[in-house]
Design a protein around this ligand. Structure first.
Ligand code: HEM
Length: 478
């Protein structure tokens, strides 16, 4: 009525709006809708107006040109329940998010801290290789193997080397429940008067149970860390785990007004688990699955890693080898493009009235960037649905090879204010795991089964390889 043009909107249903059109794999259904209605669409998910951006130019406006206007997050009931409503990943734009983000970037995920975790990564990679060796001729459950590797790294980073003392397998299960719930879309988020459906389906009870178990664990971890500090048994050996760092920040901030109380500490440590584990393991499992279906590419990475590791290196991959592994970097980048683990990123929300590709977007609209569709846009990529790591071979493949925030056709980590601060943590973890698995073993599908993997997806906190990936590992030696 005031002459401002809203984005095009397909027909929806009364009450539920476009919610049922999302289906079980929303990134795919939204891509099909964008092909008909354009790179910016306005949907109504239940009662929530939602703008969907499906082209690189739109992503650039959301995450760069008009970054501030798009920098908030919508309220998500499950995250509030599980992460105390005090975390950072799901926090609305404002002072709490700013302080938490600063601690994250400056202290928890700084380059120095990530480098200090090198030993943790190398220990976990060695343990993973040992586990495969011990499995003998049996097909290896690669999914479980990689989950255990990523959990191991984040547990050591967050809780210290004694991370496994807090439960080992049980801890893995607790985190699996936690991440499963966090990835569950609740009806109440979109249609508040139907929130009772979530209760009826047992979601509320499960969330309460998991949250209580997690809280008890974190209380114990914090109490142990405090005790150690009192006993002065812990020396500063250059590596401080996330709980130590948060307690340090708290001590230093005393009297300055910026305080992270125990609830905020627990919330931010949980954020790290939530943000780091599923994303990293999902990417690694997809990479292994793609390489199995592309034996020529698999052989090329193996030749590269095996040429880089010489006998005097003690016959194992270390982080010193990683910068030499250019083709491996192409494989990781191509996996993130084709199998974007968070295909719709994390939802944004507008802080004020703004515009997107010339369309009016009202304040407090939910905003979804379909990074997966953008990375498969036929107008921007050649053979977009094919796994072709070579497409990146001409790029600068040094440390900054993901070129985040520079090329908006490739945004698996988002960009700008709400972009992922964990990229530097994730990249060496992924490179080292993949290089180690491919250096030490030749991988095959189990005999008697299909000769190719079906690449079905399962939607949760991330979109992951649906089946359990089981492969036969044949030890390789020079
Ligand atoms: C392959 C691995 C990873 C991928 C693909 C990934 C992807 C993403 C994406 C898409 C977002 C949201 C961006 C947006 O809303 O626009 C995000 C946010 C975030 N990620 Fe990552 N991530 C990964 C690993 C990690 C790791 C290892 C950590 C920490 C140890 C981490 C910490 C975070 C945090 C704290 C946020 C919230 C940022 C904010 O809201 O301000 N991520 N990540």
């Amino acid at each position: 009525r005031d002459g401002r043009r809203l984005p095009p909107s397909p027909p929806g249903l009364p009450l539920l709006g476009h919610l049922p059109l999302l289906g079980s794999l929303p990134h795919r259904n939204l891509q099909a809708m964008a092909a008909k209605h354009g790179p910016v669409m306005l949907l109504r998910l239940g009662r929530v107006p939602t703008v969907v951006a499906s082209a690189a130019a739109a992503a650039q406006e959301v995450m760069k040109t008009r970054d501030l206007a798009f920098a908030s997050r919508p309220r998500m009931r499950m995250a509030e329940r599980l992460i105390y409503g005090r975390d950072m990943v799901f926090a609305p734009y404002g002072e709490h998010w700013r302080q938490a983000r600063r601690v994250c970037v400056v202290h928890l995920l700084s380059q120095r801290r990530v480098q200090s975790l090198r030993r943790a990564r190398e220990l976990e990679a060695a343990a993973m290789v040992d586990r495969v060796r011990r499995g003998g001729v049996q097909a290896v459950n690669v999914t479980a193997l990689i989950i255990s590797y990523t959990n191991g790294i984040i547990s050591r980073a967050a809780f210290g080397d004694g991370g496994s003392l807090y439960g080992g397998e049980e801890l893995t299960k607790l985190f699996a429940d936690f991440e499963g719930l966090l990835g569950t879309v609740t009806v109440g988020d979109f249609v508040p008067w139907l929130a009772w459906v979530d209760t009826l389906m047992g979601l509320d009870a499960r969330a309460a149970r998991t949250s209580a178990q997690m809280d008890a664990l974190l209380e114990r971890v914090i109490a142990d860390h405090r005790q150690r500090r009192r006993d002065r048994r812990r020396e500063d050996d250059g590596h401080r785990d996330f709980v130590d760092v948060m307690l340090d920040v708290n001590d230093e901030a005393e009297g300055t007004g910026v305080m992270f109380d125990d609830v905020a500490i627990k919330a931010i440590v949980l954020d790290m688990f939530a943000a780091a584990t599923d994303t990293t393991y999902t990417t690694l499992v997809w990479a292994m699955a793609e390489l199995i279906n592309h034996p020529h590419e698999m052989r090329r990475v193996q030749d590269e890693v095996r040429a880089a590791v010489v006998v005097s290196d003690g016959g194992r991959v270390t982080e010193d080898h990683l910068p030499k592994l250019c083709y491996l970097r192409c494989v990781i980048k191509e996996t993130l493009r084709l199998r974007t683990p968070l295909p719709l990123l994390v939802p944004h929300e507008t802080t004020e009235d703004t515009e997107l590709l010339g369309y009016h977007v009202p304040a407090r609209s939910r905003v979804i960037v379909n990074a997966w569709a953008i990375a498969r846009d036929p107008a921007a990529w050649e053979s977009p649905d094919e796994f072709v790591p070579e497409r990146f071979a001409g790029d600068d493949l040094t440390a900054d090879y993901l070129m985040l925030g520079q090329d908006f056709r490739f945004v698996p980590f988002g960009a700008g204010r709400r972009g992922c601060p964990g990229v530097e943590f994730a990249v060496p973890s992924m490179e080292l795991a993949l290089a180690s698995l491919l250096y030490h073993f030749d991988w095959e599908l189990p005999a008697g089964g299909p000769s190719k993997l079906e690449m079905h997806e399962l939607n949760g906190l991330t979109v992951r390889f649906k089946a359990t990936l089981r492969l036969v590992a044949k030890p390789w030696s020079r």
